[in-house]
Design a protein around this ligand. Structure first.
Ligand code: MG
Length: 219
């Protein structure tokens, strides 16, 4: 319960913000929050140009003061060319959780004149929640136009703003200082993932705090 959470050092909420923009381009897919959205134009970028995933990644990293997406996955590095940005998001989430934070919720606004996104937003939210292992209604996704103004108004590109909250939980770290991971996150790391990060392995068999606190939120 709440008393135990306090003793464990939980309950300190931190907020992060993320912003991303990408230029529309022909011959590219439009992928937002892991969902391919039918449109005559896609988004240009080194990766799959998923601006929703990128903004949310930066919000989560920012909440933990854990750097930013450009540092973790530099667009000068060929290994991130056409990268699946949802995999980058999950990797960033694992990094943040490894530092003793639990991702609580996020709110995202996509700003674009076209296409109309309303029909796709529930699927985008669910995909993001699933990727992060969060309960339903943890992530809000909204769409706005820019009232015809500026680069967005001219249809040159779109922008995304995301905020995320994380909760600091000292108990997320073992007494030895090695982070605990939900088992499903551990499969994200290949042996070749940056050597400095290999201390995240191996994964624990159980995650006592996550299921308990998730059910508290859901309830
Ligand atoms: Mg981007």
């Amino acid at each position: 319960g709440l008393q135990r959470d306090r003793r464990d050092g939980c309950g300190v909420t931190r907020v992060g913000i993320g912003y991303d923009s990408h230029r529309f381009a022909p011959g590219r897919r439009l992928i937002l929050g892991g969902q391919e959205i039918p449109h005559v134009l896609g988004l240009a970028g080194h990766s799959d140009a998923d601006a929703v995933a990128h903004a949310l990644t930066d919000a989560i990293l920012g909440a933990a003061a854990a750097g930013n997406i450009g540092e973790l996955f530099p667009d000068t590095d060929p290994q991130w060319k056409d990268a699946d940005s949802m995999a980058l998001l999950r990797t960033a989430a694992a990094l943040v959780e490894g530092r003793g934070f639990r991702i609580v919720q996020a709110d995202i606004t996509v700003i674009t004149e076209a296409p109309k996104l309303a029909a796709f937003l529930p699927a985008v939210a669910t995909t993001l929640e699933t990727a992060l292992g969060l309960p339903h209604r943890s992530i809000g996704v909204k769409a706005k136009t820019n009232e015809g103004m500026g680069f967005i108004g001219r249809g040159e590109g779109l922008a995304v703003i995301a905020v995320a909250t994380v909760e600091a939980c000292r108990s997320n770290r073992s007494s030895a200082g090695s982070p605990r991971f939900p088992p499903w996150r551990c499969t994200l790391f290949s042996p070749s993932w940056p050597p400095s990060r290999t201390s995240f392995l191996p994964c624990p068999l159980t995650l006592p705090w996550h299921s308990a606190r998730s059910s508290r939120i859901a309830g």
